[in-house]
Ligand binder design. Structure first.
Ligand code: SF4
Ligand code: SF4
Length: 587
């Protein structure tokens, strides 16, 4: 069995763990062999390691992981970042006239795979000390389709267009107006068409540096789509986009596959399902290793991912299935009202928001959906007292509020931060299991908050909000930056917590699957973005989803196996029948 040992250098602190604890405890070292050696941080010889896991169990900072790779994995990695560092096995296979969707957790190698396929990272075939040359790489894959691909890539015979994950870096590289950037790279003459389709005409004279996350994402997608390419790669195109933009972006990306191959990484399951023709799953252990599966039909691929089992490879990569239980949809509302709001109006210089009267009951989760720029965040700020209404009066209430954009400017470690807010609750059984374990925060408890990844920081903010002594909780986009598995866990944690504490919550989000899972009732924001917003509801989830989906011009059905909601392919029998009946949301 092949074994790897992964060291998280950021977590390892040999001076604070009890003076090189792993080095002293390793039984192989104690037999005077050099399994663990010292080089500022421990270096583990994977050939000598017996896999006893004493080091990983005893390390107080959880800096070591000892992993036995799946028995059937006979191949060497395509890439390894260094000694005791992450390794990746296999690669996605782009297919002509198809959109291949890539599904997997954060830190599992999806972006590494795209960087290799797009030529931004030369794979070392696992040999980081003496990296492979191009001929070796072509030879290694000569019997499979990837050999031809690498030959073309290295000989510059394929043209690639790549939308990177980290769009926040774009303003650092490009300074200037949106229209100038697009014009400069527009090889297909579709720039203006895409700007219009993605509602960006009004911002085309703005500087790239002044764009919001959602605007920047759409510009980055257009910048990739206007190039004439054989293969288009899109790394997380739905991030920062509102629910309307996600569908519009998906339509543009799908249209590229008419004349090219397209590969898309995405965590929003509904968008991934809608956009893809086939799915490749990436499984393994985040930050340690990742394996890319064979290609599968979309529905089957997503279901296998949710089940945590790949029958063709006979691999179980998760010991539980992710379910979408029917009963979640039938949760009956309690009578007791915890929050009431009157008719409200809020005016800014160029924007007006009108809100109908509404109420939220004990144990209820009221979800909020709608395009950006319609006042959803303003509504939350009005309720929590951070903004004053122009008309109407809000009763002062204590609301625990998770802001839209978590910032890492918190001093100290995660444990110090959460302990301060949760107080005595921190040590309670329910807090440890429901909040810390379910949100998988235990491994980062000793990390400084300002060193966390986007997903980890989001989960710390969610935990901090739930740690407050309060009956009303508000969450602005809790699924942002979080991978597909953790999204459903976040939904589950919020739902269970609200029921256990007999509290209530308002949740604003753009992930339809996430909202479908968590919602008891719904507010739908409508109007003209950045000009005027009004609120429809509160209504039942059924009515609210139907209204949102009608605006988005898509219909949903239920997947028979997992009961998850799925977008119907436009023009399919179900799509046509449901549209005729006005049933955009499945029953
Ligand atoms: Fe100490 Fe853990 Fe680092 Fe080993 S890995 S030196 S036990 S902190
Ligand atoms: Fe040593 Fe056991 Fe750790 Fe391997 S797993 S490095 S043998 S302590």
């Amino acid at each position: 069995m092949k074994r790897i040992v992964i060291l998280d250098k950021d977590k390892c602190n040999p001076e604070k763990c009890g003076n090189w604890l792993c080095f002293r405890l390793c039984p192989v070292n104690r037999m005077d062999k050099e399994c663990i050696t010292k080089n500022k941080k421990p270096v583990i010889n994977e050939e000598l390691c017996t896999g006893c896991a004493i080091c990983s169990n005893k390390c107080p900072f959880e800096a070591l992981s000892v992993i036995n790779l799946p028995e059937k994995l006979k191949v060497d990695p395509i890439h390894r970042y260094g000694k005791n560092a992450f390794e990746l096995f296999h690669l996605p296979i782009p297919k002509e006239n198809k959109v291949v969707g890539i599904l997997g957790r954060n830190g599992i190698g999806k972006t590494t795979a795209l960087n290799i396929l797009s030529g931004n990272l030369k794979p070392n075939l696992g040999n980081f000390e003496d990296p492979a040359i191009e001929e070796d790489i072509i030879k290694r894959y000569s019997s499979v389709i990837l050999g031809k691909y690498f030959k073309k890539l290295f000989n510059k015979k394929i043209k690639i267009s790549y939308k990177p994950q980290r769009i926040e870096l774009i303003p650092k590289i490009y300074k200037g107006k949106v229209k100038d950037l697009i014009k400069k790279i527009d090889e297909t003459n579709k720039g203006d068409k895409y700007l219009e389709e993605l509602d960006l005409i009004e911002i085309k004279n703005r500087n790239i540096s002044s764009l919001s996350g959602g605007e920047l994402q759409r510009v980055a997608i257009i910048a990739a789509a206007v190039k004439k390419a054989d293969i288009y790669y899109f790394d997380e195109p739905a991030s920062f986009c509102d629910v309307t933009a996600r569908i519009k972006v998906a339509k543009i990306i799908r249209s590229l596959a008419k004349n090219a191959s397209v590969v898309v990484i995405e965590h929003d399951l509904a968008t991934l399902d809608y956009i893809s023709d086939e799915i490749q799953i990436v499984y393994g252990q985040p930050t340690c290793y990742g394996i890319i599966s064979q290609s599968k039909a979309v529905g089957r691929g997503i279901n296998e991912y949710l089940n945590g089992y790949l029958p063709e490879d006979n691999v179980r990569f998760r010991d539980y299935s992710i379910k979408f239980p029917r009963s979640q949809k039938e949760h009956l509302l309690e009578k007791e009202i915890l929050l009431e709001f009157p008719e409200l109006e809020k005016k800014f210089t160029n924007f007006k928001l009108n809100v109908n009267t509404g109420e939220i009951h004990k144990a209820e989760i009221l979800t909020v959906m709608g395009a950006n720029g319609l006042g959803k965040t303003t509504f939350l700020k009005l309720l929590s007292g951070l903004e004053k209404p122009t008309k109407g009066k809000i009763k002062k209430m204590k609301i625990a509020y998770k802001v839209q954009y978590p910032e890492a400017n918190i001093k100290g470690t995660v444990i110090e931060h959460l302990r301060k807010i949760a107080k005595t609750n921190f040590n309670s059984k329910w807090y440890q299991s429901l909040i810390l374990e379910k949100l998988n925060l235990k491994p980062v408890l000793n990390n400084e908050v300002n060193t966390l990844s986007g997903g980890e920081l989001q989960k710390v903010y969610i935990a901090a909000t739930l740690s407050q002594d309060c009956k009303i909780f508000a969450f602005d986009e809790p699924s942002a930056f979080i991978d597909v598995e953790d999204r459903l866990k976040v939904a589950e944690v919020i739902k269970k917590f609200i029921q256990k504490k007999e509290a209530c919550a308002i949740v604003v989000d753009h992930d339809v699957q996430f909202i479908d899972y968590i919602a008891d009732s719904m507010l739908v924001f409508e109007g003209i973005p950045a000009k005027q917003g009004s609120v429809y509801g509160p209504v039942t989830k059924q009515e609210g989803m139907n209204r949102v989906l009608k605006i988005l011009d898509i219909t949903y059905r239920t997947d028979k196996e997992t009961l998850r909601p799925r977008i119907n392919k436009p023009g399919s029998n179900l799509d046509t029948t449901q549209r005729k009946k006005g049933e955009y949301y499945y029953n």
